[in-house]
Design a protein around this ligand. Structure first.
Ligand code: SF4
Ligand code: SF4
Length: 285
């Protein structure tokens, strides 16, 4: 098997105009509640705000992938990034990864998660040669985390306030450490939320750099109606740029993230074609 890291258009800026990616929308549920997230839409930790993706079963997703590759042969990466969290739907996520790996041995595999429940699956992710994992870590201080997360559901128990933020943070940092021990390339996303964590994001970058994270992605918070944060204004681009200057002291920056849909396909930044959307409709029937 030849898996080439250089072909990942998200982790490698130089390849983003040449290689495409596909997100397979197989993971509808989520195991936490971020105060910036309106669950009517895709997970905001990675995905395009205000978009609701169709959900596919693992077998439907494989069928959709086959069609997508026919239409867009430059696809080098298959990712799972929602529409909820991949590891709040571990059966669907792992089954999809197994099916894709079996049929496409050279494909790069990638997942994007809030990190709460990835730990039990890391060994199998390694066996399946999932080479890239993105964790969204918005705070490394549970006091700040408690302002960002309304609740966390872990091993069938609900947590709130700092307990929720503490459990999430412990899970995220343990997962990052383990992913790096087994040689997975790890990106950390941080959502920049003015007045909540904007002065804290550099501390997040410092902490995850110490644990071996490879690349850091400062994503501006996106204001969405019907959320706890609906009255918080989005960060000014200068605020994000200034935080990027701070955080790049610790880690290389990803600056070309397009916050793709959970069912995105092709070159980053290009909209899904009508043909692809038709295939998606067909696959989800
Ligand atoms: Fe929403 Fe994603 Fe946060 Fe879950 S992890 S609450 S889907 S933004
Ligand atoms: Fe890549 Fe960002 Fe799109 Fe994910 S959301 S596929 S990291 S560009």
């Amino acid at each position: 098997m030849t898996i080439s890291i250089e072909k990942h258009p998200c982790f490698n800026d130089a390849s983003r105009h040449t290689f495409g990616r596909i997100h397979l929308p197989v993971a509808p549920k989520c195991n936490i509640q971020c105060n910036y997230c309106n669950r009517k839409f895709d997970c905001l930790n990675e995905n395009r705000p205000g978009v609701t993706s169709k959900v596919l079963s693992p077998h439907q997703a494989l069928h959709y992938l086959d069609k997508a590759i026919e239409l867009s042969p430059n696809i080098s990466v298959v990712g799972i990034a929602g529409p909820g969290d991949p590891f709040a739907n571990p059966e669907e996520t792992m089954e999809t990864l197994r099916l894709v790996r079996e049929k496409y041995p050279d494909m790069l595999l990638c997942v994007a998660t809030n990190g709460l429940n990835v730990m039990p699956y890391i060994e199998e992710l390694a066996q399946l040669q999932v080479s890239h994992v993105t964790l969204t870590i918005n705070a490394v201080d549970p006091e700040i985390g408690s302002e960002i997360y309304a609740w966390v559901r872990h091993r069938k128990k609900m947590y709130r306030d700092t307990n929720a933020a503490k459990i999430l943070l412990e899970s995220q940092l343990a997962a990052l450490k383990k992913l790096k021990e087994i040689g997975v390339t790890a990106k950390v996303n941080a959502i920049v939320i003015p007045g909540v964590n904007d002065k804290h994001v550099a501390e997040v970058a410092k902490t995850v750099a110490e644990l071996g994270a490879d690349i850091f992605n400062c994503l501006p918070y996106y204001n969405t109606a019907e959320t706890v944060f609906e009255n918080i204004a989005e960060p000014h681009p200068e605020m994000v740029a200034s935080i990027q200057r701070e955080t790049e002291k610790f880690l290389p920056q990803m600056k070309h993230c397009a916050r793709c849909r959970a069912d995105a396909i092709g070159i980053i930044g290009q909209e899904n074609s009508d043909e692809i959307m038709k295939e998606l409709q067909e696959a989800s029937k």
